[in-house]
Design a protein around this ligand. Structure first.
Ligand SMILES: Cc1cc2nc3c(=O)[nH]c(=O)nc-3n(C[C@H](O)[C@H](O)[C@H](O)COP(=O)(O)OP(=O)(O)OC[C@H]3O[C@@H](n4cnc5c(N)ncnc54)[C@H](O)[C@@H]3O)c2cc1C
Length: 402
């Protein structure tokens, strides 16, 4: 299999390192799986199934495994599954280790610091370029002899005993299982951009910085290779298109965040190219499976990006689906078990991201009161702020018995 990923950084030293081939059990050696979609969910599921002996084909509509130029935070909950698949060292070589989140107001005054590294020193938060993650997954898939069919969009679902719908936000498999559903526009659009980091980390660790302003917020964090990722969200009632591929003039981004202080003006001045897209809210799928087909990742539970958990949930799904299929030879029972393991957690995280969408954009007195409350907790009991997310980050998908 050839991955043929362009290096969007143009920088040396970001190649794939130290992929270990992992064999967990041979429990699925007599099973064949067809995965629709070669994104994060599809490739991770392919690896998790192959590690248990299954023969796997991934069908991806894109002619190449390319990824948009953007960063991703992979939290320890998902990291545990990737590490169990032997990918820890390869990921560490191409990521920055996250220390936590620093929250600022739009003027650049500190609100609170969530020091996840101090709270959880053994766990790894990784901040990684999406292309680097796909590259690591694809190299591991190659080593595991997974068949990848590129340039093939599935319309009619194949009649095979095990079909996994990892086909993302506008999933064809979800549509077949659930009928046509209408997401609704949240009234928010997001710009994303990559810049050369004016102050790249020197010790391989870095913070995610979150700046909160009235009806808008901006998140930024460093990536390996001297890059910095920026996501800037604002409320805007008039947008209609969902998708990642709309280009915009960086001047619009700068104008929308002109009132922001701290390092933000310098970062935005460095933006040469930006994409913009509308944020839509989707329901978690009602039906995740029938007897031969099952949904994972965004196909099952797309989330707004305000908890940075979409890819992490997809990775957890991938591991747990393989574990359920391995533990329960009766496939419909395995699918049922998989949905029951996953649905409540995914629904809770999607709901939390929805709540953050509102909390991040407060205006007027509500904003001042919320920031004052956070500052007070940060001053007297900072651990209370970090502990609020233990249920997300301490979760270990590899330990839950199927
Ligand atoms: C601004 C933003 C920031 C984010 N930040 C984070 C973050 O920090 N941390 C995090 O965990 N998550 C984050 N996410 C969410 C994360 O990007 C997604 O949840 C994740 O990419 C979902 O992976 P997936 O494999 O399910 O879907 P996708 O990545 O969408 O992959 C689906 C694949 O299926 C293919 N496909 C679709 N239809 C067909 C078909 N009919 N036939 C064949 N192939 C098909 C597509 O081409 C694609 O390759 C962010 C999202 C956004 C928008």
């Amino acid at each position: 299999m050839s991955t043929n990923l362009p290096d969007p950084t143009g920088l040396p030293g970001t190649g794939v390192h130290r992929i270990e081939k992992v064999a967990l059990t041979a429990g699925l050696h007599d099973r064949s799986a067809r995965i629709i979609g070669g994104g994060i969910a599809g490739l991770t599921a392919a690896l998790a199934l192959a590690a248990r002996g299954a023969s796997v084909t991934v069908t991806e509509r894109a002619p190449e495994l390319t990824e948009i130029g953007a960063g991703l935070q992979i939290s320890p909950n998902a990291g545990r599954a990737l590490e169990a698949l032997g990918l820890g060292p390869a990921l560490d070589a191409v990521s920055i280790r996250g220390r936590g989140v620093r929250m600022w107001d739009s003027a650049g005054r500190r609100i609170a610091t969530l020091d996840f590294l101090a709270h959880r020193p053994q766990a790894r938060f990784r901040m990684i370029h999406r292309a680097r993650l796909i590259e690591v997954l694809a190299a591991a898939a190659d080593a595991a002899r997974i068949t990848l069919r590129l340039g093939h969009a599935i319309e009619a679902l194949p009649r095979e005993p095990l079909v996994i719908g990892a086909d993302g936000l506008h999933s064809r498999v979800r549509q077949v299982l659930n009928g046509t559903e209408a997401p609704f526009f949240t009234g928010q659009t997001a710009w994303r951009a990559l810049i050369t980091d004016p102050e790249p980390p020197t010790d391989g660790t870095g913070w995610a910085d979150l700046f909160l302003g009235p009806k808008r917020h901006l998140v930024s964090y460093p990536l390996a290779g001297g890059l910095r990722n920026i996501v800037a969200v604002r409320q805007r009632p008039d947008w209609q298109a969902e998708g990642w591929s709309h280009h915009d003039d960086p001047a619009h981004l700068r104008a929308a965040f002109a009132a922001f202080g701290g390092p933000v003006p310098g970062w935005l001045a460095a933006v040469r190219e930006t994409g913009i897209w509308g944020l839509f809210r989707h329901q978690v799928a009602r039906r995740w499976h029938d007897d031969s087909r099952v949904l994972i990742g965004d196909a099952a539970h797309p989330t707004l990006p305000f908890m940075a958990q979409g890819a992490s949930l997809a990775i957890e799904d991938a591991w747990q689906l393989a574990a359920c299929l391995d533990a329960l030879p009766d496939q419909p029972a395995a699918f049922e078990r998989f949905q029951s393991l996953r649905a409540d957690r995914a629904t809770a995280i999607v709901a939390l991201a929805d709540r953050n969408a509102r909390a991040y954009h407060l205006s007027g007195p509500a904003r001042l009161a919320a920031h004052a409350g956070l500052r007070a907790i940060a001053a007297v009991a900072p651990a209370r702020l970090t502990a609020r997310f233990d249920w997300i980050y301490d979760y270990d998908p590899t330990r839950l018995g199927a």
